[in-house]
Write a protein that binds this ligand. Sequence first.
Ligand code: AHR
Length: 496
Amino acid sequence: ERPTITVDASAVLSKIDNNIYGGFTEHMGRCIYGGIYDPGNPLSDANGFRTDVIDAFKDLNVPVVRYPGGNFVATYHWLDGVGPKENRPSRPELAWIGTESNEFGTDEFLKWCEVVGTEPYFCLNFGTGTLDEALGWVEYCNSDRNSYYANLRRKNGREKPYNVKYWALGNECWGPWQVGQLTKEDYAKQAYQWAKAIKLLDPSVELILCGETGYSTWDSYVIKECIKFDLHGLGGSTTASLVDMHSIHVYTASSDHNKNATAPRSAERAIQIAAGLIDLARIENGVPPSVRRQKICFDEWNVWDPVRAPGEEGAEEKYTLSDALAIGVWLNVFVRQSQHMGMANIAQSVNVISPLMTTKDGLLKQPTWWPLLLFSKYMRGSTVAVNVRSGEYLGDTEPAWIRGAIETPWLDVSAAVDDDGVLSLAVVNIHETRDFETELRGVGAKEVTVYSVNGADVTVVNTAEKEEVGIQESKWNGQGLFTFPKHSLTFLRWKL
Ligand code: AHR
């Protein structure tokens, strides 16, 4: 049977939140120091910000960036990182076992966000931090009162509030590696009480609950306990809730290409399950339908094998074409599941498990950069119905439960229509040896712009000397069959 892809541009399914193209910068390895902040380097501006990195973020049009961790945040005290730099204390750093100079902190990050043109997303310290400290941070960033922390911000040179909208209620608090690991019961209690206090201080913020994989007992418990309607905490409002999103973290990886490229499909099921848990909690807890439905914040996702690239050594993964195809599948998942997605943050944005690497004299774009760029540039607007028939990879998967739970077609697809009426169709052909000559229904005889990400084989990497994986652009007249080459990502774009 001939492979077929059917796109129905009139079947608009749901809006794609731009925030699915979010980033993440943690005080880890060379992400902040030597990544976005590199004072003294000729490529840096007067603030010490790397201008080539800023330009790369602008190219990606990154809408939101999570900070300062990650695991780092579990012992982070934000007050150490504000005020005159000479007074800032160096502290032992217990997540990645180093010393944190605190040279780069809240004001530096928020200034950097303004230069980049992106929104900050802060993660609160649920390890050694206190609620008082968290409230102080929200006040410092967002308050225009005549009050202590708002005045401290003014004293530090910033008159108007930064209005940081997104705040995470801790990071991976379930993890045994976490300083101050919590049980689900203790976490739910703490998260709910912190959420109430923070919303009383600043009802305009959005709070993100700390989830696990999306399909764990932890997820189910904390969602049930925290996604409820609190008349007292909300002052009777029916349009908001204490918790606005539920987070999921998943990293995929395998040295076997087929497993590597199909593994992100597990994230699709994770999103569906977590969304179901949210619906169930809302029903069981009697949350009125007028309270906006909580979405998924996939605030750490990527290909990462921590054995191959250990966190303590800076997690500088070397990505292959196989990984780039996996990233294409990851992004297809977010687009297909856009009805549930409030945000997603690739972990991470510079040097640490990142598509973007800095050297002293410039940038190296790994193979995974190119799918990210294509999606972030073009796959915006609303997702539309697309159906694929291409046969399926039927071997073992990573994780194993994918087989039997979801399909893993050779062609992994998503489609969207943007505000200018341009349709984008993304097709990842994960097959290592087979080109797919495909009937494309729903294009018509249109001029189609084609962007292709490919390389000699799935193992190729980019080096400073040679870019083995990049983007090739061409045109197609929209007629006849279209061939999706083996191990490639293809973007087809046409005006409706
Ligand atoms: O992104 C690297 C680390 O992975 C983060 O610090 C942590 O949250 C996760 O385990």
